[in-house]
Ligand binder design. Sequence first.
Ligand code: ZN
Length: 101
Amino acid sequence: MSLKKIIEIVINGVIPRQLTESKVANMAKCDECGKRFNVSDARSDYNDEFDGELNYDEEYGGQLCADCAISDTSSNINLGRAIDMMNGDEDYDDDFVREHL
Ligand SMILES: [Zn+2]
């Protein structure tokens, strides 16, 4: 078992017990990393990251924590750009395409 996994288990086990009931009501478990997170915090982190251009609720609706949602969206954006580069719709960057396609 990796250290990261052990830490996640410890965090998942300890933090919810310390939270008040009203906070627990707003907690969700991330589908990606299994971390428990606060949905309204994730929504504001995500919407801030993308300057409100993308909507956390539409994209993820409480399924992913802010970190996973942001990295998922970023990799989709990068993949889209790599495809645009392949199609000649954007200036071609070999390193970028290799990394993201
Ligand atoms: Zn996550």
